[in-house]
Ligand binder design. Structure first.
Ligand code: IMP
Ligand code: MG
Length: 189
């Protein structure tokens, strides 16, 4: 298992996160939005984002599992951990780590709209527009990335590499079973 080239550095992420936080603060002044972090991939992004948001807001978390292991894509989606409070009548912003096919977001949007939110926007650190299978509007995008599997800053490959402070490409060697067996903690550094 190997970390390939760094696509987005820690410094680039920091700068962009501040910019997006500034935009959200301007767009949602006096609206006390609820920022919903999609776990687990969105947790670091949310934590950094809120520290630069200057307006009153709330946070909540939802775990939606899309049945995919590593590189495999699947459309079966299930809520594993739901929101703790009602979002009826609220201005909601979904905070996502990466939008790929769009299936996860599309599912979540339908679910939240059924709960009568006042407004709904999507904020994602990364967007892979070339992989989209369902059209979903994304309102705040940190960076567009090409069709490669990326890890770091909350995003994992089989639960690893979320701790990287940057976004890196995972080399395809990671998919080989022999490579997985020989993986060590040092490989994540
Ligand atoms: P979608 O439903 O295909 O848009 O998938 C979104 C979810 O797939 C994200 O929340 C991630 O958990 C995961 N995902 C998609 N692409 C990547 C990637 O390149 N690296 C890590 N996770 C990814
Ligand atoms: Mg994952």
């Amino acid at each position: 298992m190997q970390i390939g080239r760094v696509l987005i550095t820690r410094e680039e992420i920091e700068t962009r996160v501040r910019e997006i936080a500034g935009q959200i603060s301007a767009d949602y002044a006096d609206r006390n939005p609820v920022l919903i972090s999609l776990l687990k991939g969105g947790f670091i992004f949310l934590a950094d984002l809120v520290r630069h948001i200057t307006i009153p807001h709330e946070v909540d978390f939802i775990t939606v599992h899309s049945y995919r292991d590593g590189f495999t894509r699947s459309e079966r989606i299930e809520v594993l951990n739901d929101l703790k409070r009602s979002v009826s009548g609220r201005d909601v912003i979904i905070i996502e780590g990466i939008v790929d096919t769009g299936h996860t977001l599309s599912f979540l949007e339908r679910m939240l709209e059924d709960r009568s939110v006042r407004s709904l926007r999507v904020c994602t650190l990364l967007d892979k527009p070339s992989c989209r299978e369902i059209k979903v509007p994304v309102d705040y995008v940190g960076f567009k990335v090409p069709d490669v599997f990326v890890v770091g800053y909350g995003l994992d490959f089989m639960e690893r590499f979320r701790n990287l402070a940057y976004i890196a490409e995972l080399t395809s060697a990671a998919a080989a079973p022999e490579e997985k067996k020989s993986e060590t903690a040092a490989g994540a550094k």
